[in-house]
Design a protein around this ligand. Structure first.
Ligand code: ADP
Ligand code: MG
Length: 310
C-alpha cells in the first residue's frame, strides 16, 4: 500500500534519511523504531508530505505521492502526534469533526460519527462538550486518535503518540490501539523509541539507525535472527529472553487438555506477564481462561521455553 524505493531526504546537505526501501502492506501494523535522530519522524512525515523527499520514489496505492494534492492526501491519512495538536478553543466534538467538516459531511452524520468514536475509545458521551484543557493527558491523546480516525482514513500515522503519558495510561492506550487495529484492519505506521511498545504492537518492525534501515521483519525475526551486533545491542542482550516472551500469548502456549480449579489468567496475557505471575505466586502452573471466562487450558512454567519460531 505504501512503498519507499531508495528514498533520501537531506537537511542542509546532510542526509536525515538515506536510500530507504520499505514496503508497508495494507492492514499491517508497522513500527519504525530507533534512537533519537535516526530519521523516524522524517520517514513518517514523508508519507503524508509534511516533508517532501529529495530522491527516490514513494508510492501510495501504486501512485507516486507527488501526484496527489497534499491536502487531499492528508485527508486520507490520519496523523497522531505526541502533543495531540488539539485546537484548545474547540470542544472535543469540534476537534474530532475537523476532517469530516472539510469533507462536507452533514451535521447528523458528524454527530453520529463523534458518538461512535467516543464509544470506540472508551470515552463518555458527555466528553464531547469539553475543551482539551478539561481532559487528562490520556484523554486528550484518545481524542487525538479519534480525530485522526474521524473520516475513516485508509492509513493511520502515529509519531510517538504515547510518549508523554505515564506507564499505566500508556499501556492502556497501547491495548486500545491494538484493539482498534484488530477491529478495523487499518494500515498503521507508528514511530517509537520504546522497544517494549514496539514489540507489543508491531506486525512488522523497521529498525533504523543514522537514516538507514538496519533490519526489518517480524518482531520474532529481529529478536531471534539479528543481522548484526547493533540489532543485538539495541534489543538489550540481558533483556533479550524476556522480550522474546513478550511476543507469545498465554492462550497460545497453554495445554488445552488440562484444567486447574482456580481463578485463572486471561488468554491475552503475554508469556512475559505470565512469567511474572509464576514467580509472584510461587507456582509452576497457571489456569488460563478465554475471553468469556471459560476454562481454556493450563500453562506450565516449562511451556515458556517452547518459543514460536519466526
Ligand atoms: P527521529 O524522529 O528518529 O528522532 P528525525 O527524523 O526527527 O529523527 O531527524 C533525523 C535527523 O534529521 C536528525 O539529525 C535531525 O536533527 C534532522 N532534522 C529533522 N528535521 C529537520 C529540519 N526540519 N531541519 C534540519 N534538520 C532536521
Ligand atoms: Mg521523532
Amino acid at each position: 500500500m505504501i512503498e519507499f524505493k531508495e528514498v533520501s531526504k537531506y537537511f542542509a546537505g546532510k542526509a536525515a534519511v538515506s536510500d530507504l526501501t520499505l514496503h508497508i502492506a495494507k492492514g499491517e501494523f508497522t513500527v519504525l523504531i530507533g534512537t533519537s535522530g535516526c530519521g523516524k519522524s522524517t520517514t513518517l512525515k514523508m508519507i503524508n508530505r509534511l516533508i517532501e523527499h529529495d530522491k527516490g520514489a514513494i508510492r501510495f496505492g501504486g501512485e507516486e505521492i507527488r501526484r496527489f494534492d497534499p491536502q487531499a492526501l492528508r485527508r486520507r491519512m490520519g496523523y497522531v502526534i505526541q502533543s495531540t495538536g488539539l485546537f484548545p478553543h474547540w470542544t472535543v466534538e469540534k476537534n474530532i469533526a475537523t476532517v469530516p467538516k472539510l469533507l462536507g459531511w452533514s451535521k447528523p452524520q458528524i454527530d453520529a460519527r463523534v458518538s461512535e468514536l467516543l464509544a470506540l475509545l472508551n470515552m463518555e458521551e458527555t466528553f464531547r462538550h469539553r475543551y482539551p484543557h478539561q481532559l487528562s493527558g490520556g484523554q486528550q491523546q484518545r481524542i487525538g486518535v479519534a480525530r485522526a480516525l474521524a473520516a475513516d482514513p485508509e492509513v493511520l500515522l502515529m509519531d510517538e503518540p504515547f510518549g508523554a503519558l505515564d506507564p499505566v495510561t500508556r499501556a492502556t492506550l497501547q491495548q486500545e490501539i491494538a484493539r482498534i487495529h484488530r477491529l478495523s484492519g487499518k494500515t498503521i505506521v507508528l514511530v517509537t523509541h520504546d522497544i517494549d511498545e514496539a514489540l507489543a504492537l508491531a506486525d512488522r518492525l523497521v529498525l533504523m539507525d543514522g537514516g538507514k534501515v538496519v533490519q526489518q521483519g517480524t518482531p520474532t525475526a529481529l529478536l531471534t535472527k539479528p543481522v548484526n551486533d547493533f540489532v543485538r545491542r539495541f534489543f538489550g542482550q540481558s533483556e533479550w529472553g524476556i522480550r522474546l516472551l513478550s511476543l507469545g500469548l498465554a492462550g497460545e502456549a497453554a495445554r488445552r487438555d488440562e484444567w486447574l480449579e482456580e481463578e485463572g489468567i486471561a488468554e491475552t496475557l503475554t508469556l512475559r506477564e505470565a512469567l511474572s505471575l509464576f514467580i509472584a505466586r510461587g507456582t509452576d502452573r497457571l489456569a488460563v481462561r478465554d475471553s468469556n471466562q471459560q476454562p481454556l487450558g493450563v500453562l506450565h512454567f516449562a511451556d515458556l521455553l517452547r518459543q514460536k519460531k519466526p
